[in-house]
Every structure is written in C-alpha cells, then in structure tokens.
Design a protein around this ligand. Structure first.
Ligand SMILES: [Zn+2]
Ligand SMILES: [Zn+2]
Ligand SMILES: [Zn+2]
Length: 203
C-alpha cells in the first residue's frame, strides 16, 4: 500500500524534526560554551559537547501536536498531512477546536493508557490493545503506524486539558463524548462509549 513511499510523511517525522532541532540547538549551546572556554583551554572543548547529550535523551519522551476533533464524526484525527484521511461521515475529516498535544513513549500508569495509535488509512486515533483492530472508515480494520500514544485518563480537567474523550467499542476509535449526540461511527450509527474518561492536553 505504499507505506515505504510515504515514510517521510509519517507523523513520527514531525516530532523527529523537532528532536533534531532541539539537539542541534543543544549542540550549538554546547559549542557556544566551548568557544568561551576553548579560548583558554583547547582540549576541554570536548566536555561541553558531551554535556548536551542528556537533553537529547530527554526529548525521547515527547508530545505530538496536530491532533484534532472532527466536527463530522466527533473522532480524534491527525491533521499533519495535506489530506485529512477518511471520515465515516464521508470525504476527509474536518478539524475544529483545540490543537491536542498528545504524549507518547512515556510509561503507562494507573491514570495513563498506552496502545493508542495512528491509523494510516483513516488518520484517526484508535486503540491497538485488542487482537483485532476495530472498524476503519476506509474499510476493514484500522492499520497501525508511528508512535505509541499514552493517554491520560480519570484525572481533573484543567485549563490546558479537555475531558470527555472516550473509547468506542464498535470501531475502537477515540471520540468526543461531550455532546448530546455521539457523531458517526464507521461500524454504523453513532459511536458507543466504554472505558476510561480521557483527559487530553491541548495547546
Ligand atoms: Zn471525521
Ligand atoms: Zn482507520
Ligand atoms: Zn465508533
């Protein structure tokens, strides 16, 4: 299905570039230190460069932006591509509201669940923790790629987070449950609700 050819546009690449940038800035800062110290002691130049590497390690724990609410299906989808995937209500998803900034590659805890993944077919976020992968609006089951998102749940809502994001047991998608209706489910009718109350950080 051309996965290899779109590799460069994988959602992974966005924070990846940011990580590279962070490392580059860290290195530049280190070199700045080197320049200042290096004028007095040449060989000492190596240590400030080494000192910049822990910052690079820390950036492995990260968040990804560009996750949005779809006004048509109420699902969470990735808007970082030129197109907007496949919406169960027809055509691509339509974004509105917050720009969610979702954590990945952090440990699972009693208030954060891992195994939430990007679907390469519909661009939606779905739960990958079952043997099958739910129902994709692009046909058959969702297909996983990219980061392992670890989503906070059942914690107090703050100015920087939104609660009422839920798992749909029919399609395995993540959708917003805060309206009287529950959007459009690729498995038919509206989404169903089960499990945790996810409380998601946004910009
Ligand atoms: Zn949609
Ligand atoms: Zn899908
Ligand atoms: Zn659903």
């Amino acid at each position: 299905m051309g996965f290899l050819t779109v590799r460069d546009e994988d959602p992974q690449s966005l924070p990846g570039r940011r990580d590279v940038l962070t490392r580059a800035l860290g290195l530049a800062a280190g070199l700045g230190g080197v320049a200042a110290i290096g004028a007095a002691a040449g060989p000492a130049a190596a240590s400030p460069a080494k000192a910049s590497s822990p910052a690079g390690t820390a950036s492995v724990r990260a968040n990804q932006t560009n996750w949005r609410f779809c006004t048509k299906c109420y699902g969470m989808f990735f808007r970082g591509y030129p197109t907007d995937g496949a919406c169960p209500a027809g055509s691509g998803h339509d974004a509105a509201g917050y720009d969610f900034n979702l954590p990945y590659n952090v440990p699972e805890t009693s208030t954060a669940q891992r195994n939430w993944r990007f679907c390469t077919k519909c661009y939606g976020m779905f739960y990958y923790g079952y043997p099958d992968n739910g129902r994709c609006p692009a046909g058959n089951a969702h297909a996983m790629q990219g980061y392992d998102f670890v989503l906070p749940h059942d914690i107090p809502e703050t100015a920087g987070t939104q609660r009422n994001w839920r798992f749909c047991p029919k399609c395995y998608g993540l959708y917003y449950y805060g309206y009287p209706t529950n959007g459009r489910c690729p498995a038919g009718n509206a989404h169903g609700m089960a499990g945790y109350d996810f409380v998601l950080p946004h910009l």
